[in-house]
Design a protein around this ligand. Structure first.
Ligand code: ADP
Ligand code: MG
Length: 235
């Protein structure tokens, strides 16, 4: 069997809030192959962001195993996780998370800053990534000078600049109007068509309906795993 991009077994996350233990994930078993486009849906508080943060190596599971590209990352140190994150993953958030007074191209270059990529090459890769999201010519603009949709494009370029194996998007259209949301989702689909593996959290039924695979979460568990259409064949 091929190595999955994501394989989890019994993934559990308990938050300690004072005296109260919050069971955000209650044993998630998941396997996601290269080239999949997976939507994650479920009511507020069911554990979607916790799952994404765990898959995104921003947080460690309390129990269970998480293998990313065949490597067990569930017990790595914070520094080791940061390295994995930087080399393997792209993350897109609802609130863009850009540096507000830093140019678009410098925002996109950030993930390359501490890499072995030479500075001139960093600049050209960031330029290419911005062009890929339709922002050629806006390299010098700061986020404060860009619309919400353009800011999310910058964030997507930043996520793509390291050529990640996996893009995780947590409600990437949550702060955008409906027309802009459609454009951002089309952009993500386009990246998927080029072979990128994507996991996206969404509240939007239409987005869920058009994904190849839909995971429904409830109370810390995946309660439904629906394959809605044939997976696109990847190389
Ligand atoms: P969703 O993204 O589906 O809305 P979350 O993963 O954010 O759900 O949250 C799942 C549960 O974990 C909720 O009950 C939430 O209140 C709780 N939770 C999330 N983050 C923390 C935290 N840092 N400390 C304590 N409880 C948390
Ligand atoms: Mg959330």
């Amino acid at each position: 069997m091929r190595t999955a991009v994501i394989a989890t077994r019994g993934l559990t996350r308990v938050y300690q809030a004072g005296d109260v233990a919050v069971h955000a994930l209650r044993g998630v078993d998941l396997r996601i192959e290269a080239g999949e486009y997976v939507a994650v849906m479920g009511p507020s508080g069911c554990g979607k962001s916790t799952l994404m943060n765990t898959l995104g190596c921003l947080d460690r599971p309390t129990e269970g195993v998480y293998e990313l590209l065949g490597r067990d990352v569930s017990r790595l140190t914070r520094d080791e996780l940061a390295t994995v994150r930087n080399e393997t993953l792209g993350f897109v958030f609802q609130d863009f998370n850009l540096l507000p007074r830093t140019s678009a191209i410098e925002n996109v270059e950030l993930p390359l800053l501490y890499s072995a990529v030479p500075p001139a090459e960093q600049r050209s890769r960031a330029r290419t990534a911005l062009a890929r999201v339709g922002l050629a010519g806006r390299e010098a603009s700061t986020p404060t000078q860009l619309s919400g949709g353009q800011q999310q494009r910058v964030a997507i370029a930043r996520a793509l600049v390291t050529a990640p194996a996996l893009l995780l998007a947590d409600e990437p259209t949550g702060n955008l109007d409906s027309q802009t949301s459609v454009e951002i989702l089309a952009l993500l689909r386009e990246q998927h068509a080029h072979g990128l593996t994507i996991v996206i959290v969404t509240h939007d039924d239409e987005v869920g309906a058009e994904a190849e695979r839909l995971l429904l979460m409830r109370d810390g568990r995946v309660v439904e795993d629906r394959r809605q259409r044939a997976r696109r064949t990847s190389a």
